[in-house]
Design a protein around this ligand. Sequence first.
Ligand code: CAO
Length: 440
Amino acid sequence: MVEIKQVLIPDIGDFKDVPVIEVLVKTGDHVKSEDPLISLESDKATIEIPAPFSGLIKEIQVKPGDKVSEGSPILVIEVSATEDGDASSAASTDQPVTNPPPVSTVIEPKQTAAQPIQKAQPSLPDSLLLDTAASSKAHAGPSVRRFARELGINLGLVTGSGAKLRILKEDVQAFVKAQLLKSQRGGTGAALNLLPWPQVDFAKFGPVEIKPLTRIKQIAGANLHRNWVMIPHVTQFDEADITELEALRKESNEAAKQDNLKLTLLAFLMKALITTLKKFPEFNASLDNHAGEANLILKHYYHLGFAVDTPNGLMVPVIREVDQKGVIMIAEELGKLSALAREGKLKPTEMQGASFTISSLGGIGGTGFTPIINAPEVAILGVSRASLKPVYQYQNNQFVPRLMLPLSLSYDHRVIDGASAARFTTHLAEVLADMRLALL
Ligand code: CAO
């Protein structure tokens, strides 16, 4: 039996009117369930919409440049009962079938409301930046389109030097170079007057291998670069005595084991962090700095992002309303979200809305690092590996072994003063040393 099914855009979080950047299938193609159908790209995310079931593409209802939202029709698939297990159940309804949530989704950290910060190439004039409709008409292959999209360049403005004026990667590179030179000579003072990046033929010195960066790394890299260049970072270091906390964690873990749950330090740390964020609200904020006005947006919600190391690169899932959750519930969500991140199955909504981020390298090692702020947040807490250290106790006049946790707080110096940062880490260390303070 054969059935015609309508495929719609599934729940893609807060995104609306997102441009289609690529249609990855054509009429007559046979797709398997989960095969990517189209790519969408908002200013915050690149989303691939997968096929909800296997079948034959009968009709494509979108083209690059079209704008879609949840529920927009994408294409029509002919499903035969033999090729799709879902076909018989779906056949019983006349309702259009909506896809499952997108699987391979890459979300860039949320941006500020300030429009200029949302551009991928802050030093290029706005008119040169990505215009999806114009770019989609340009004569260029998929890899060149991808390259231009990563740079945020409007391909419609690039002159091609290939056959039939086809745009080559070199043309895009030459275009960017020329525009950067122009903006430097323009003398606005905004461009950095840097030497060109060294072009070295490494093969002259020994054998080499070329490995493309993953898509997640490329997107995360562009964001990290912007945040590093645009935010004046300072990092405040401190140590927290977590001897008692670690004893509590081990004890609690004995009980949690029966429920197949592991309470990691990060869950307790999040709980302690909420107490400190409530005392220092300017750390749970964003800077809205545009049109000549600067405002601090203080958030009355506590959604914590946490960096997860995945085989494809760094992802930052978000636990919402951490202030309303206990350590056990936080630990459960930590485990669930990090597993989804590692499998590449996080939904866009699971990576949005963080008000503050933690990056913990404690499970791996190191004594301190300088994390890059996840814009538009104004601070990020880095955590390194706890170790036993001799700590001098004045009351007993002796050194005692204590488990010390290194903290590295990077903050936006436009918003936060050094003194506030030192007070913040001191308070956090006090709470971690005595978690009863988190109950007050
Ligand atoms: N000091 C000492 N030991 C620590 C520790 C710390 N600060 N933090 C965790 N550990 C221990 C844990 O207790 C656990 O030990 P046991 O198995 O003996 O109980 C072990 O290290 C592994 O913990 P974990 O890292 O799996 O768990 P977590 O909850 O602490 O962290 C997560 C979860 C997702 C943050 C982590 O797995 C991860 O991906 N970290 C990397 C984040 C990253 O890449 N940051 C850099 C961003 S910038 O490039």
